[in-house]
Design a protein around this ligand. Structure first.
Ligand code: SAH
Length: 214
């Protein structure tokens, strides 16, 4: 697959669209411009890669809408070299955006098929996060604590084990709700026992599920 001037032009337009929709962090916009989203799409949808929409990626899952990726990333205020734990690798697109911002990413996917596909795709593009096939509900305590945690599936509530793996001063972003809709929720861990929760609008994600799938 190639990343042509035409693709870069379409990405420039997408960035302009995201700016109009309220994304203002230039580092996030630069990362969206840098990552060729069409590399992460199923063949039937490649021509729509720069539409601001979610699309199927197989195994009943979706690649998130660029606006949603940008919005979650912006709320996390990613700094270079920060350790970021991502729950729900999916296509790997959000992973690539985090890596373009200089984060050290640890990413977990519960579906074997998607884990294998995203790992191959990201490595072929020169992105080398730490990949795990497993249940993100449990996080990855052996590599923690993390300065940021991003959940890219709708969680019924923020898993307590993930808050435990957040460093003090760290932030976790997650859509929280049921399958009909979720509220984008930011949890900031201000001390070992205190977390400040703020809400940032309505979204619809595929659900965060327990356990793994072969
Ligand atoms: N950021 C991804 C979004 C993928 S959709 C992208 O843009 O492509 C959400 C993903 O979360 C799906 O791949 C789903 O299989 C995964 N998922 C759901 N529950 C999970 C869990 N408990 N642990 C890890 N991954 C999970």
């Amino acid at each position: 697959m190639q990343d042509t001037y035409r693709h870069k032009g379409l990405r420039r337009n997408l960035v302009d669209e995201l700016k109009l929709k309220g994304i203002s962090d230039q580092k996030v916009l630069d990362a969206i411009y840098a990552v060729p989203r069409h590399f992460f799409m199923d063949s039937g949808f490649i021509n729509f890669a720069y539409k601001d929409s979610a699309f199927p990626i197989g195994a009943g899952q979706t690649i998130s809408q660029p606006y949603t990726v940008a919005f979650q990333t912006q709320l996390l205020t990613i700094q270079p070299l920060e350790k970021v734990l991502e729950i729900g690798t999916g296509s790997g697109y959000q992973t690539a955006v985090l890596m373009e911002m200089g984060a050290k990413v640890y990413t977990i996917e519960r579906q074997k098929e998607l884990y294998i596909k995203a790992k191959a795709q990201l490595e072929a593009m020169g992105y080398h996060p730490h990949f795990f096939y497993g249940d993100g509900y449990l996080g990855m305590p052996s590599y923690g604590p993390y300065s940021k945690i991003i959940i890219t599936a709708g969680a019924p509530e923020i898993p307590a084990m993930l808050i435990e793996q957040l460093q003090i001063g760290g932030k976790l972003i997650s859509p929280v709700g049921d399958k009909l809709g979720q509220v984008m929720t930011l949890a900031e861990k201000v001390s070992e026992t205190e977390t400040i929760i703020t809400q940032h609008g309505n979204f619809i994600f595929v659900p965060l599920l327990k356990g793994t799938k072969q």
